[in-house]
Structures are given as structure tokens and as C-alpha cells.
Design a protein around this ligand. Structure first.
Ligand SMILES: Nc1ncnc2c1ncn2[C@@H]1O[C@H](COP(=O)(O)OP(=O)(O)O)[C@@H](O)[C@H]1O
Ligand SMILES: [Mg+2]
Length: 242
């Protein structure tokens, strides 16, 4: 895809009334041996196109569980999840993988880059898996790395990058296939304050520029600065929103 096609796609997305995420009535209970541990009690969450949402709550409040359900990596007991209008919760395993490939990027606390591959190859990977040619994938990956300020690092392997740089590569990889939605689970959890601020600024800018909806799960209050909305989870319920 060239840059003008990409611009067209983003404009189309902005015009569309379809939210990046529409989740309703999600419940989840885990079994710990004989004991049932309810984790989510009817969570609703909508994220608009180009909207940045911080999902806050203390450790154990269900943030990671919720993100995994939204990504179709885990099943809710009840409720529905639509990602950019596509029914994730109603799809089978292959259908979910297809929806993830088309519409979703994930950023973890640990960068999860492949150690044997360069930054460029890591960022190009989602496009290669989607069947793009090496030269096309590399061209998009190079532009994406430049956009996160790492154009000069594309031949480096993850081990040769700093923690903040690795996380910026992970953000570039999550965005390279132009998803409608990014789910980020404690993306700054392993970074010092300056690097955390840099990664958050980057996510904020890319959210605006590319019209992607972003959910950042965090227990770090600093992350809530400059987001569009803060959703607080407490005891498996949405306790407050602002
Ligand atoms: N796969 C699992 N099996 C059983 N219990 C789980 C599983 N994943 C999470 N839990 C439990 O669900 C609760 C919420 O965990 P989690 O979603 O990881 O919270 P957070 O990300 O907010 O720290 C915790 O009590 C945790 O022990
Ligand atoms: Mg968690």
C-alpha cells in the first residue's frame, strides 16, 4: 500500500461511524480448583476511531483478562466484542485470527521482539505474515521505524537496542499493518520515567495521526495524562470514567 492509499484508508476510517471497539456485558470467572473466582462482572467498553483510552486499576483488577478477551485470545463467559465492526466473540479460532490480522495490534509489557531478527525484520513481520512481498513489507516497515524515530536503527537486533527503543519498535510493529485498534498491556511497565514518557507521547501522536483507537492498561497514574478518557476497573466492574 502506498502513502496516498493509506491516507485514503485513514480518512475513510475517520468518516466511518463504526467504533474501533464495541464490547458489551463481558463477564469472566476463572476456576481455581474448587473455587470460582469472578474477574469481570459485566464490563462495557467502547473506543472510537482515533480515541486514546487509559484502562486503570490495581494489580488483579482484571485489566489483562479484559484485554485478552478483547483480542479474542481468551473467551468471555457472556457478552460480545466487535472490533471495527467485526464480531470477534462470535468467530471461531481462524475467524478471530483473521480479525486480529486485519484490525488489531498488541503491545505487551515485555517487547516480545524476535531476537534473531533486526528491528526492520521485526516490524515487517506482520506484513510478511499477511502475504506482502519482502520489498513492500520492508518499505512500509522502514517508514514506520522512521515515524517512531528509529530510522537509523533498522539493522539492529533487539539485544543492541535500549529498553525504550525496543518498546518503540514494538509500537511500530503493532501499527505497521494499519490496525483500527491497538491494545497495550502495561507498555511502559519496564521503562524508566523518561522512556515511558517518550513511548506514551509516541502512542498519543500515532493515535491522532493514524486514526487508530488505543487502549492502554496500566497501574501507572502518569499514563492517564493527556489521554481522551480514563476507565477505572475495580473488582471486575467499571468503577468510573472520565
Ligand atoms: N488464566 C487464569 N486462570 C486463573 N485465574 C486467572 C487467570 N488469569 C488471571 N486470573 C486471575 O484473574 C484476576 C485478574 O487478573 P489480571 O487480569 O491479570 O489483572 P490485572 O491485569 O489487572 O493485574 C486475578 O485474580 C488473577 O489471579
Ligand atoms: Mg495485567
Amino acid at each position: 500500500m502506498n502513502e496516498s492509499d493509506r491516507a485514503d484508508q485513514i480518512v475513510t476510517r475517520e468518516k466511518s461511524a463504526i467504533p474501533a471497539l464495541l464490547a458489551k456485558g463481558l463477564t469472566k470467572t476463572y476456576a481455581h480448583g474448587e473455587v470460582a473466582v469472578p474477574v469481570l462482572h459485566g464490563v462495557d467498553l467502547t473506543v472510537g476511531v482515533g480515541e486514546l483510552v487509559a484502562l486503570v486499576g490495581r494489580s488483579g483488577s482484571g485489566k489483562s483478562t479484559l484485554l485478552h478477551i478483547l483480542a479474542g485470545l481468551d473467551d468471555a463467559d457472556t457478552g460480545s466484542v466487535f472490533v471495527h465492526g467485526e464480531n470477534m466473540s462470535g468467530a471461531n479460532v481462524d475467524g478471530r485470527a483473521a480479525i486480529r490480522n486485519r484490525h488489531l495490534g498488541f503491545v505487551y509489557q515485555m517487547h516480545h521482539l524476535l531476537p534473531e531478527f533486526s528491528a526492520l525484520e521485526n516490524v515487517a513481520m506482520p506484513l510478511r505474515l499477511a502475504g506482502r512481498s519482502r520489498s513492500e513489507a520492508n518499505q512500509s516497515a522502514r517508514a514506520m521505524l522512521e515515524s517512531v524515530g528509529l530510522g537509523h536503527r533498522h539493522t539492529h537486533r533487539p539485544s543492541a537496542l535500549s529498553g525504550g527503543e525496543r518498546q518503540r519498535v514494538a509500537v511500530a510493529r503493532a501499527l505497521v499493518a494499519d490496525p483500527a485498534l491497538i491494545l497495550a498491556d502495561e507498555p511502559t511497565g519496564n521503562l524508566d520515567r523518561d522512556n515511558a514518557a517518550h513511548v506514551l507521547d509516541l502512542m498519543r501522536r500515532l493515535c491522532r495521526e493514524r486514526g487508530v483507537g488505543i487502549v492502554i492498561a496500566t497501574h501507572d497514574a502518569a499514563v492517564t495524562q493527556g489521554v481522551d478518557r480514563v476507565v477505572a476497573l475495580d473488582g471486575g466492574r467499571v468503577a468510573s470514567e472520565r
